[in-house]
Design a protein around this ligand. Sequence first.
Ligand SMILES: NC(=O)c1ccc[n+]([C@@H]2O[C@H](COP(=O)([O-])OP(=O)(O)OC[C@H]3O[C@@H](n4cnc5c(N)ncnc54)[C@H](O)[C@@H]3O)[C@@H](O)[C@H]2O)c1
Length: 366
Amino acid sequence: MIKLGVIGLGRRISGLIKSLTQLDPEFHVTGVVDPDESGARERLPEADRTTARFYPSLPALIRRGRPDALLIGTRCNLHARYAAAAATAGLPLFLEKPIATSLRQVRVLEHAWRDARAEVVVSFPLRVSHLCVEAKRRLDAGAVGRVEHLLGVNYVPYGKVYFEGWYRDYRITQGLFLQKATHDFDYLALLAGAPIVRVAAMMARGRVHRDSSLEPAGGDPEAAYYPHIGTPETGMNEDSSSALLEFANGAKGVYTQVFYTRNSAATRGATISGLKGTLRFDWYGNDLRVVPHAEDTQPEIYRPAAGLEHFGGDAVLLANFRDVVRGKASSVSPLRAGLQSVHACLAAKRSAETGRFVDVPQITDL
Ligand SMILES: NC(=O)c1ccc[n+]([C@@H]2O[C@H](COP(=O)([O-])OP(=O)(O)OC[C@H]3O[C@@H](n4cnc5c(N)ncnc54)[C@H](O)[C@@H]3O)[C@@H](O)[C@H]2O)c1
C-alpha cells in the first residue's frame, strides 16, 4: 500500500484523488489535515472513508501517519505555507495552484525548498494536455521557425464562479492573474522556450461584476450583481485583464482573459508565430493547426480525443505523480515552473495596479 497524506481535502483534490486511486489501487489516503473532518471524510474514496485518520497539523500527520507522499489542496492562500512546511519531509508532493499568492510567500517557499530533494508536481494540467504537448513537439521541430510572438487568449465561459463561490474572496485569490493566468503564463513560457522576464498589464474591475450590497435598487442594467465581491478600492477580481509579455529569449507575447463570456463564445488557446509559420490551437475547439508561410503549402490539422478533464491534462499529471511516487519518473510540472509562474502573475498584478512595466524575478537556485 502507498500511503497518501492530504492537506485540505476539498472539491478539486478529492476529484483528483478518486482518479489517482482508480489509476493505481495501491494508493490509499491514510492521513488528512482538514478542519472540516465530516465534509472531507465524505469526499474520500469509499475504500478510505472510515479508515483515514485526521491530524491537527502537518507535522502530526508526517510524524504519526508516516505517509509516502503528500497532496496539498487547500484554497490558494494556504498553499505556500503548507508547502514550505512540507519541504523537510523529503516526500513527493502534489501541490495545487497558484502555489503562492504574495511575494513574501514565494520567498518563503524558495527558501524552504532550496536544499530539498523531493519532487513536486504542481497542478498545471494545461502544460501536459494533448494539444499543448503537440504544440511543443511541433515548435521544437521548427514548425514556425524561431518563435517570435505568442498570443494567448482565455475567454472563460464559467467566469461567474469567480464572483459567486469562495473565489469571490479577494483575500484568498489576490485576483485572477494568480487564480487563472498562472496556468496560461506557465504554458506560454513553456512554448516560448524561455521564462517571462517583463510584463505590462491592465485590468478592468467593477464595471461588469459589481457588489450588490453597495448598489441602490434598480442599478445599471449592463452590470451583473453579486454580494460581497469587494470594490476596486478594497480589492476585487477582474472583469477582464491583459498583459504584454517579454520572454528571456526575446520573444514577445500578449495574454488576455475575460470573465463575462458565456456559451460558445468560450475560447482558450494560443497563436504562436515565427518567420516560417503560424501555429494555432484552441482547447475548446479541440484542434491545432499549423500554417506554413511558404507558398504552395497546405495547413496541417491535428485533433486529439475530446471530452477529457482539463483537456486530458489531469490524467497525465496524475500518472506522472504516481510514477514520481513510485520512483520511476521526475516531475513534468516542477516547483520551479510554479514559482516562475507566480512571479509573472505578481508582476502582472503590480503592473496593472501601478501602470508601469514590471521586471519578473527569475528563479536561479532551485
Ligand atoms: N489546477 C486546477 O486546474 C484547479 C482547478 C480547480 C481548483 N484549483 C485550486 O484548488 C484549490 C482548492 O479549490 P477547491 O474548489 O477544492 O476548494 P475547497 O474549498 O473545496 O477545498 C479546500 C479545502 O481546504 C480545507 N481547509 C480549510 N482551511 C484549512 C486549513 N487551515 N488546513 C487544511 N485544510 C483546510 C477546507 O475544509 C476544504 O476541504 C484552490 O486553490 C484552487 O485554485 C485548481
